[in-house]
Design a protein around this ligand. Structure first.
Ligand code: ADP
Ligand code: MG
Length: 699
């Protein structure tokens, strides 16, 4: 299983490099865990007139070559092949590998043609199909009825094709089939009626029948989800048994004074409920580990502050960790303002803190003088030593890995209570898988007086209209965000887009009437902050920015959010960005700008944004759109666990079984040290959460 893939027949050095780079596959074991995401029926041979737009993603048909043709200039020469069967005709096209294919096509000969059908002027077309002569096809006979289609990338498809991938998989299987070790203990296999690992791998790649395929999928999904659940449950057991939670029995002076004198508005019912839940946790004797989900603008910050004041009243310190510098500064400003005149000392610590600020924070928390520390991921560093930390708030959890949270557990002799807040709602089933060790609270009610944001999708052609609309809103005294995507790989290009955009806006909205500021990650922290300040204090009307403002920024007077190249953002990001407006009483708007040409998924995302403001619905849809087969999608979706086949949303039933199984196993053997559980121990390790902060995406 450890053998380098380059030794597999059909792979070699070059393809091995490609497999590594594109799919992260380096050894046979990993290759065999690259599962098909679809299967096609290779026993079915279509007639040309049976093939329509919606017949199947891949089809094969049998036809005779009637002619060939070349088009285009020498360097990008295209090769056209015309074919016919008794029911109709079709055209096959090659843009690449022309030299190779032209030698293999003979006019007058009959071929079995396999590929993805498309239609041009009602005629069947196939780009880069696979062909073999009928003699070749017949001599091989049919070995399996269903052929797996593997998740792929453009480069892999160009180098291998669907069939090539299938072939190296078959070669790999030949080499590995006698070395497949079982990972699950026998009783578990019997109890849940699972295939052996070997049978499962064989049938996932080369199904003997539909039924065998289903069993193989079940076994492999079960195994993955069990791995995850073993992790999740282990953590939960640890928390519920040995760790005693700090007690906050007192509702004392600071809390009461804040509530009576400082609270700027009545709490919503949902805020009150969540505060009660937290109260209950903090007098239970158990350590709290709570996930607070609340849509953008639902008022999570206030809940966090009130909870932190409870900690302070009971002689503990509290801290709040935000994913960006800007957001940490904003929380610091808000919380300092709200606690003015109370017996509470608040400090801030970020990567950009100057020496004085840093010293004040570090000394203050070590001596106990500081009650509440606000900051970025700097708070996790070892030199940040609290005198008596009792309560930790982590804002926008999706930006932090599970490991960050675990690190905060070690900041006192017993783990402090932890409140994780997120506006990117995690579907319940997913929360159960990923955060099974967390209890969940939900703020499902926005503060009163908010109007739903109206969302529109414009293409670039409507830019003049957009500018007219922005002008109209600015005349009413409102402010506008214009956001550009920033994606790591093409940073240089993105900055160019951003700067061009800024210039064009400065031209169309000239001073002195309009003030436009700009804010992006390449700017110095103080310049960034100055831009944000300008916008916050309404010295600027328009803020042109990258997605630095994605999380948490609060400027209630801003009513228009323009998102450029909106097709490049994921759904949850779009929803987050939209949440920057609609925070005051005024009608707010979100304008999604994109080119004319959009992929199906991108269009579905933009449509969903126009149709609903409900973050929960969007999160469910996001998961669906990203489906398991989309390799890039799963990497970006920031899942804490590396699932290859299971989909926690679709496979709820298996998830529930895996959860039961994990509970039972751990009840009998909490440390998984019985010899019969060695495989499970390895499984638990394999699926331990990835440490996955991606700070490169932030600012
Ligand atoms: P988020 O949940 O996205 O972090 P915030 O905590 O930033 O939301 O709150 C969004 C806005 O709503 C802020 O301007 C805040 O002052 C305001 N707000 C919070 N709670 C209430 C409330 N109960 N009534 C009215 N406005 C509120
Ligand atoms: Mg927030």
């Amino acid at each position: 299983m450890q053998t380098d893939v380059k030794y597999i027949a059909g792979v070699g050095e070059m393809r091995a490099r490609l497999l590594d780079k594109e799919l992260g596959i380096t050894c046979v074991g990993q290759l065999l865990e690259h599962y098909p995401h679809r299967y096609i029926d290779r026993t079915k041979v279509y007639r040309i007139d049976e093939i329509h737009e919606d017949t199947a993603t891949y089809v094969q048909f049998r036809a005779r070559v009637t002619g060939i043709n070349y088009a285009g200039a020498e360097r990008n020469r295209r090769f056209h092949v015309y074919v016919q069967d008794p029911t109709g005709s079709a055209e096959l096209v090659w843009f690449k590998g022309v030299k190779w294919i032209e030698k293999r096509v003979e006019v007058g000969r009959e071929y079995l043609i396999f590929g993805r059908p498309s239609f041009y002027k009602n005629e069947l077309q196939m780009v880069h199909p696979e062909l073999e002569t009928m003699e070749q096809a017949l001599s091989k006979g049919v070995t399996c009825t269903m052929q797996g289609i593997y998740p792929s990338t453009e480069k892999i498809t160009n180098s291998l094709g669907t069939k090539g991938m299938f072939r190296i998989m078959a070669n790999a299987w030949e080499q590995a089939r006698n070395h497949i070790a079982e990972t699950l203990p026998e009783p578990l296999i019997t109890r849940y009626g699972l295939l052996s690992r070997r049978e499962a791998l064989q049938n996932i790649h080369f199904p003997e029948s539909q039924e065998r395929l289903r069993q193989a999928q079940y076994r492999l999904k079960f195994e993955e989800l069990l791995g995850v659940q073993l992790n999740v449950q282990t953590r939960r057991c640890g928390r519920l048994s040995k760790d005693n939670g700090f007690l906050f029995p007192k509702v004392g002076g600071v809390f009461t004074q804040f509530y009576n004198e400082k609270l700027p508005f009545p709490l919503t019912g949902a805020q009150k409920r969540v505060i009660k839940e937290i109260r209950k946790d903090t007098i239970s004797g158990y350590q709290m580990n709570r996930l607070l989900q609340g849509d953008v603008g639902s008022g999570k910050t206030l809940v966090a502050l009130i909870s932190m004041l409870l900690a302070v009243d009971n002689g503990f310190q509290a801290c709040m960790m935000a994913p960006t510098e800007i957001l940490a500064r904003q929380h610091f400003a808000t919380i300092s303002r709200m606690t003015e005149g109370l017996e509470v000392k608040v400090a801030i610590l970020t990567g950009a803190s100057k020496s004085r600020e840093r010293r004040e924070a570090l000394e203050g928390i070590a001596s106990g003088e500081v009650d509440i520390l606000i900051g970025t991921h700097s708070l996790i560093e070892d030199r940040v030593q609290f005198l008596n930390l009792g309560f930790v708030v982590i804002d926008e959890q999706h930006r932090f890995g599970v490991e960050q949270r675990a690190k905060m557990w070690t900041k006192n002799h017993r783990p402090p209570h932890i409140l994780v807040m997120t506006a990117t709602p995690i579907p319940r089933t997913l929360a159960m898988t990923l955060y099974g060790d967390l209890d969940v609270s939900v703020i499902d009610e926005l503060p009163p007086g908010r109007q739903p944001i109206k969302t529109f999708h414009y293409t670039d052609a409507a830019r003049l209209r957009l500018f007219g609309f922005m002008r109209q809103e600015i005349k009413k005294g409102r402010q506008v965000y214009v956001v550009y995507p920033l994606i790591k790989e093409s940073e240089a290009m993105d900055y160019k887009d951003l700067n061009d955009g800024y210039e064009s806006i400065s031209r169309d909205f000239p001073l002195p009437e309009y003030v436009t500021s700009i804010c992006h990650g390449k700017m110095k922290p103080e310049d960034k902050e100055e831009s944000m300040r300008q916008f916050k204090e309404h010295e600027a009307d328009i803020l042109v920015a990258t997605s630095v403002i994605e999380v948490g920024v609060d400027v209630p007077n801003a009513t228009v959010m323009v998102i450029e190249s909106a097709e490049r953002f994921g759904l949850s990001q779009l929803h987050q960005l939209r949440g920057r407006v609609g925070r005051g009483g005024e009608q707010s708007y979100c304008i999604l700008m994109s080119g004319e040409k959009l992929s199906k998924e991108a269009r579905a995302r933009l449509n969903a944004m126009c149709e609903t403001n409900d973050g929960f619905q969007l999160a469910e849809l996001d998961l669906k759109l990203r489906g398991a087969g989309d390799v890039n999608g799963t990497q970006q979706s920031g899942m804490a666990f590396d699932l290859k086949i299971a989909n926690p949303t679709a496979d709820v039933q298996i998830l529930t079984q895996a959860r039961e199984a994990a509970e039972e196993i751990l009840n009998g053997d909490p440390t998984l040290s019985l010899p019969s559980n060695l495989g499970l121990k390895a499984l638990r390790e394999r699926f331990s959460a990835r440490d996955e902060i991606d700070f490169s995406r932030i600012s």
